[in-house]
Design a protein around this ligand. Structure first.
Ligand code: NAI
Length: 464
């Protein structure tokens, strides 16, 4: 069979690209190795973790209910039900993706796909080996959790983002290795469910990709609420024991300690799924397993595009995969898409307090030679933050000194991952600090803090 577009992989990058190709009237097929469409994000990533985080937040309100004047006798957490609810949300959306394929007349094939070169893709599905041909191919095969050497994940003790989502009870103790988004989000979820959490990070700070001030604030909050954070820490000799897992850790101080916990989460990054997909049959150039592309998402093999976690040089985020898919399909359809702008990608981490950021950190901006001005506004001075009872965090804006260009916005605070939207829209429309100072922010809202931070650049914040 022959298609205008064949998409390999049905994560947020792949399925969205297939939908858009259908909308443009292109004859489209999608090939997925797993029984359900939706990829890691839907089944074992963004959606299930955020479902658990939502429950963790509600549970916190019950735990701290008396402070708000709400008295509940003996509230209990029915954890199996929490997991079932999460699964219902996932299943509902997986059906939604199937529906979207039907709506856009996209042919769905199940099987592990391999590029054969010259526009051909082979996959082995229910009917054995099949070959389909495409004028264009979009590779969107995603990534999987990286493991530490010598370790194998299992459903009970050594966990990745997959196994930890299906525990049937809340562990008493948890060690998390890696303080990137996966590590800090699960630390934050289980801490709120009552687990004693220790987080070990090899680099000198938590969430190392964020602005340094954000890392400091998250660590301060984590410590204040009882999460043990060890940065500059090296974990070794990890082994399973009768009670769970044991490891020795060399702390930043040089001291060595033995740690034990019921569960161990390994969250040390993700590797691209580019092995075994037939790259050797093409001229696709790679860099350490990641596929090299140009601004239109074209690989070095004519007619083959790559999007999402397998692409070299872009962050591994669902919304980046989707945006890259839109560029690839628009290019295939003969439109003139604008390449994704790497400095206008929202980064969102669903901890308590949450993190939302876009653009350059203060250190990055200075390293790139910008003369910068900084504006900072604390949520301690924001009335809505008082109302929701979450005073920690701040908005920090990094602005170019002469013209007020917005170089970066870094928010840590209650629901910061929603608040970053305004900053991204401002940056995409090339607003300046001056525009943001004049923008009227509703009162009382959390996002007033964004307006105040821009005023703070010039010492003009009203409430601090
Ligand atoms: P990551 O690469 O963001 O973080 C891994 C962390 O582990 C790094 O800080 C690294 O220094 C540390 N590390 C590596 N080896 C270590 C070792 N041996 N001992 C101690 N620390 C070690 O990877 P992560 O958190 O697994 O996330 C993978 C991808 O998924 C990231 O690109 C992330 O942004 C994305 N993601 C996004 C989310 C969101 O948008 N809310 C949620 C979860 C993941």
């Amino acid at each position: 069979m022959s298609y205008d577009v064949i998409v390999i992989g049905s994560g947020p990058g792949g399925y969205s690209a297939a939908v858009r190709a259908g909308q443009y009237g292109l004859k489209t097929a999608i090939i997925e190795k797993d029984p359900k469409l939706g990829g890691c994000c839907l089944h074992v990533g963004c959606i299930p973790t955020k479902a658990l985080l939502h429950t963790a937040e509600i549970w916190q309100h019950f735990v701290h209910g008396p402070e708000e004047g709400i008295l509940c006798e003996n509230p209990r957490l029915d954890y199996p039900k929490v997991i079932d609810r999460k699964q219902k949300i996932v299943d509902k959306h997986a059906k939604g993706v199937e529906f979207l394929m039907k709506k856009q007349k996209v042919d769905v094939f199940r099987g592990y796909a391999r590029l054969l070169g010259k526009g051909k893709v082979e996959f082995s599905g229910e009917k054995g080996k099949q070959v389909v041909e495409g004028r264009n191919i979009i590779v969107a095969t995603g990534s999987e959790a990286r493991m530490l050497p010598g370790l194998q994940p299992d459903p009970d003790v050594i966990l990745t983002n997959i196994e930890i989502l299906n525990l049937r009870s809340v562990p008493k103790t948890l060690i998390v290795i890696g303080a990137g988004a996966v590590g800090v989000e699960f630390a934050s979820i289980f801490h709120r469910f009552g687990t004693k959490v220790t987080i070990l990070e090899m680099l000198p700070r938590l969430v190392p990709v964020e602005d340094e001030d954000v890392s400091k604030e998250l660590e301060r909050f984590f410590r204040k609420t009882g999460i043990r954070c060890e940065t500059g820490a090296k974990a070794e000799n990890i082994e399973k024991t009768a009670a769970g897992a044991k490891l020795s850790v060399t702390l930043a101080s040089g001291k060595t300690e033995t740690l034990e916990a019921e569960k161990l989460l390994v969250a040390v990054g993700r590797k691209p799924n580019t092995d075994g997909i037939g790259l050797e049959n093409t001229r696709i150039a790679t860099d350490r397993g990641f596929i090299k592309v140009n601004g239109m998402q074209q690989t070095t093999e004519p007619g083959v595009y790559a999007i999402g976690d397998i692409v070299a040089g872009t962050p591994q985020l669902a919304h980046v995969a989707t945006a890259e898919g839109m560029v690839a399909v628009a290019h295939i359809a003969g439109k003139s898409p604008v390449p994704i702008h790497k400095n206008r990608i929202p980064g969102v981490t669903y901890t308590e307090p949450g993190i939302g950021s876009a653009g350059l950190t203060e250190a990055q901006a200075k390293a790139q030679g910008y003369k910068v001005k900084i504006g900072k506004f604390p949520f301690a001075a924001n009335s809505k933050a008082s109302i929701v009872g979450m005073h920690d965090g701040f908005v920090k804006v990094v602005v170019e000194e002469k013209f007020g260009e917005i170089l970066g916005v870094h928010i840590i605070g209650y629901h910061a991952y929603e608040l970053i939207a305004e900053a991204v829209a401002a940056m995409e429309s090339e607003s300046t600090a001056d525009t943001m100072m004049r923008t009227i922010h509703a009162h009382p809202t959390l996002y007033e803090a964004v307006g105040e931070a821009f005023n703070a650049v010039y010492g003009l914040a009203i409430n601090a």
